[in-house]
Design a protein around this ligand. Structure first.
Ligand SMILES: Nc1ncnc2c1ncn2[C@@H]1O[C@H](COP(=O)(O)OP(=O)(O)OP(=O)(O)O)[C@@H](O)[C@H]1O
Length: 519
């Protein structure tokens, strides 16, 4: 090649912005300009222990195994020697016979004909071999190639550019890795903050409450329809509002309607709106709730009570976003997210033919179950304090808390009305409590005996008492066993264990001390 051609080839290298483009350009030059159709570029691995294949071309003189890697400490193949010495090596047909130990190498050169040499050329940068070019070159051209200054200069430029692109790639890799981990950390902080905020609204430390709050955050990031199921007063509306508040729609309206609280004939006009004169009594046009919920969230409470004919209209709006107000000639569009709630077994209603199956599945894209209060009675004291604080804020009072006996009595109630019922009981008791007082048992309303539950007292003790010789010791041993058992059950939580055994925490701790229980 002339100097001008070398210059052109060298500047083509510098135009490459990616490593794979650069090596492809090198191979192109080797083939097009120098007629070398069999060449292989090996580069050291990151740990420097192996040579790995970066690029190759083969016209069948070199039988390249793309997976092959070469141990640089293994001197049974010539590549390790070139790497060590930093000097080119030429092997002709006959000297190849000396390199029979390394099977991969034997296979690589097994197709070399007699008039072709194997030339191994180190690519040197900063006095280190940073790559190895291996090619099959005719015996006649070998010498010229080895002495060609332009070729060596070309290889030097190739290697410098290779190194530069490697540095850029690893820096941009590190930068994007850092950006990824930063955004992951930010997401995690945001998630933890949201969970904390949510736990101030949906109070509870029971596992089921953690699960519930996690589900709320997960679904609030989507536009799926949510079906909130749970008994009356468990907090279904709170859940619906929380989904809205944590979604991207939080600045838009949250529109709620209780389908059971509105007469059938009015529900349709409430939802869809109407034009003036659409029916007798429609004196003016009215925007329906579906239109009002545009860009926001529509919450349909007690969806199970929606009449069948309205169910099919709702399904159509959900599928298309289009609806028509009563008496209107034109359709409107509303982009709302639907959250529905029910305290009945809606699936049963579907099976009984009272609720449309297609609508049921459309509504249940993300079902959420809210636990009943008696499934999480351990949350009782937390909730009681939450409602006392709410009462204090609202009525500017400073009720200091709740007496232990009061809590015990509250714990024995079964709460058919769930958290709402508890809130009402606490507000009632707060109203009867003096400014700086604690909630006394006497401030609680009378509970029906049918609403009281057995909280698990030990009512009978079975055993063989025949060999008891010291009653005091036997009783102490029995107490020790019971207390240990309770502490195990409540994972060491003394307050809960004490409450379950009907004694104040201080007495319980004193007993533990006396009985030498350290758990
Ligand atoms: N986990 C909770 N933390 C704090 N307050 C709660 C919790 N769950 C429910 N409440 C309170 O209980 C009351 C009833 O809640 P909500 O109206 O959301 O229940 P619901 O399940 O929708 O009731 P319904 O079935 O009657 O529609 C509300 O005052 C609410 O603030």
């Amino acid at each position: 090649m002339t100097s001008k051609q070398w210059l052109e080839q060298t500047s083509s290298l510098l135009e490459c912005t990616q490593k794979h483009e650069l090596t492809a350009q090198l191979m192109e030059t080797l083939q097009q300009q120098l007629g070398l159709s069999d060449c292989v570029l090996l580069v050291p691995s990151v740990d420097g222990r192996r040579l790995i294949l970066s690029q190759f071309r083969s016209d069948n003189c070199l039988k390249v195994d793309p997976q092959a890697e070469w141990d640089v400490t293994d001197f049974s193949h010539p590549f390790a020697h070139v790497l060590q010495t930093g000097k080119p090596m030429v092997l002709d047909y006959f000297s190849l016979a000396y390199w029979r130990e390394e099977v991969k190498f034997v296979q690589l050169v097994s197709g070399l004909p007699q008039e072709i040499n194997l030339l191994m050329f180190p690519l040197i940068q900063d006095r280190h071999v940073s790559g190895l070019l291996i090619f099959a070159v005719s015996v006649a051209d070998t010498k010229e190639m080895l002495q060609d200054q332009q070729w060596q200069h070309y290889c030097g430029v190739f290697m410098r550019h290779w190194q530069l692109l490697s540095t850029v790639a690893s820096q941009s890799g590190q930068a994007s890795f850092l950006a990824d981990s930063l955004s992951q950390a930010k997401d995690e902080i945001r998630h933890q903050k949201s969970l904390k905020a949510l736990s101030q609204v949906l109070v509870g430390e029971a596992d089921k409450m953690y699960k519930l709050r996690g589900e709320i955050l997960r679904v609030s990031g989507t536009d799926l329809s949510v079906m909130v199921q749970g008994a009356t007063g468990t907090g279904k509306e709170l859940v619906a509002k929380a989904i809205h508040d944590h979604s991207l729609r939080h600045d838009e309206p949250f529109v709620a309607i209780n389908c059971a609280a509105i007469p059938e004939n009015l529900l349709e006009s409430e939802l869809f709106g109407y034009e003036k004169g659409a029916f007798s009594g429609a004196h003016a046009k009215k925007r329906g709730l579906i239109a009002q919920a545009d860009k926001g969230t529509l919450f349909l409470d007690e969806i199970g009570d929606m009449p069948l004919n309205l169910q099919s209209k709702l399904l159509r709006v959900l599928e298309s976003g289009h609806f028509r107000a009563l008496g209107a000639s034109k359709e409107e569009h509303s982009n709302f997210r639907l959250v529905a709630a029910t305290h009945v077994n809606l699936k049963q209603r579907v099976d009984d033919g009272e609720f449309r199956r297609d609508l049921y599945y459309r509504l249940c894209q993300f079902p959420i179950h809210v636990p009943a209060l008696n499934e999480r009675l351990d949350d009782l004291s937390l909730l009681v304090n939450h409602f006392i604080n709410g009462f204090n804020r609202h009525h500017r009072r400073e009720i200091t808390g709740v007496r232990y006996e009061t809590l015990l009595k509250l714990k024995r109630h079964s709460y058919p009305g769930n958290v709402r019922e508890l809130r009402n009981i606490i507000e009632y008791a707060c109203a009867l409590t003096s400014h700086h007082g604690e909630l006394e048992v006497s401030a609680l309303p009378e509970f029906e005996s049918a609403e009281l539950i057995d909280i698990g007292c030990i009512s009978s003790v079975e055993g063989d008492f025949g060999d008891i010789e010291d009653l005091r010791l036997a009783v102490a041993e029995f107490e020790r066993q019971v207390i240990r058992d309770r502490l195990d059950k409540f994972k060491g939580d003394r307050a809960k264990a004490a409450m379950s055994l009907g004694m104040p925490k201080r007495t319980f701790s004193h007993k533990c001390l006396k009985l030498e229980i350290n758990e």
